[in-house]
Design a protein around this ligand. Structure first.
Ligand SMILES: C[S@@+](CC[C@H](N)C(=O)[O-])C[C@H]1O[C@@H](n2cnc3c(N)ncnc32)[C@H](O)[C@@H]1O
Length: 286
């Protein structure tokens, strides 16, 4: 099922917290967060609508989005537990700063006393930390590499830890349309299309400047069918991969999947890796 324009957008948390965060801009003019105002408003609107208690963010970068999420959770006025994972210990756009430095600043200098708890898990892949975080997660934000296998790897890894009714927000669901060089950025597009779930899309409000309204952010709610039909997500793994995960990373994810999924689905994943490896080698050999 797809729900169009069903999330009431909430622009407030970003407007409140962003001016208080440290100014950051790269030589190329890149700013924090990596979401547009509309995308933050969709994310915060989803948080306000579903009022989760246990939140997991995968892909932190500078951490301005983490701070915006914390503000939205504070505005909800209820206790919560939030975890933010990034495989990089240092911010990929400025390695002199830790990943999440903006949210660390907000926690220390802006929020007096959080109503909930927040923990960073840096330098680790999701399967290395998820047992410590535990189950009953009811909200996930996936925003990592955008190209295959990308976010699909982490969704499959986290699904066994999600409550039925939990919500997954995907960033960059139309990034592959943004610029010619983004043609490979369809990992969340594939995941959003393949997953069986209760799906949410808000079209971008028309300000007269945009030739189309399809957004770059979306969400879905996990149902019993999400688990029953998970083979459709495994089957997206046979799309061509845009980067080569290390053997160690693949082993980590495959061993994790073997704990929760039937052997035939794990076999498809292993074959997808082998096929991609073979074809990447052929391509790189010209
Ligand atoms: C696009 S940025 C995140 C932007 C951030 N969510 C925002 O809105 O500003 C992607 C981040 O994901 C991290 N990353 C990439 N692959 C990852 C993985 N498998 N697990 C955790 N983090 C990952 C990168 O180190 C990078 O910091």
């Amino acid at each position: 099922m797809i729900n169009l324009n069903a999330i009431p957008l909430d622009y407030e948390p970003r407007r409140k917290i962003l001016p208080k965060l440290p100014a950051f801009v790269t030589a190329k003019g890149q700013r924090e967060p990596e979401m547009s105002e509309f995308e933050s408003a969709f994310l915060c609107g989803t948080l306000k609508q579903f009022r989760p208690k246990k939140i997991l963010e995968v892909g932190v970068a500078g951490g301005a989005t983490t701070a915006i999420i914390l503000q939205a959770l504070e505005d909800c006025g209820e206790p919560y537990e939030m975890h933010s994972i990034d495989v990089a210990e240092n911010f990929y756009r400025d390695k002199t700063k830790p990943s999440g430095f903006m949210a660390a600043f907000a926690k220390e200098k802006i929020f007096d006393n959080l109503r909930g708890t927040h923990e960073f898990h840096l330098g680790k892949f999701l399967p290395q930390i998820i047992d410590d975080i535990g189950s009953d997660i009811d909200f996930v934000i996936l925003d990592t590499l955008h190209s295959m296998p990308g976010e699909g790897l982490d969704f499959l890894a986290v699904l066994p830890y999600l409550k039925i009714g939990s919500v997954v927000v995907l960033h960059d669901v139309s990034l592959n349309q943004a610029r010619a060089q983004n043609f490979n950025s369809h990992a969340t597009t594939a995941l959003f299309g393949a997953v069986t779930a209760n799906k949410f899309l808000n079209f971008v409000p028309d300000n007269g400047n945009r030739p189309y309204a399809y957004p770059n952010i979306a969400a879905f709610q996990v149902t019993e069918q999400t688990v029953e039909c998970i083979e459709n997500v495994f089957l997206t793994m046979v799309l061509r991969w845009a980067y080569r995960p290390s053997d160690g990373e693949i082993k980590l994810y495959l061993n994790h999947y073997l704990r929760y999924y039937p052997p035939e689905l794990c076999k498809i994943f292993a074959e997808a890796f082998k096929m991609n490896l073979y074809n990447m080698v052929i391509i790189s050999n010209g």
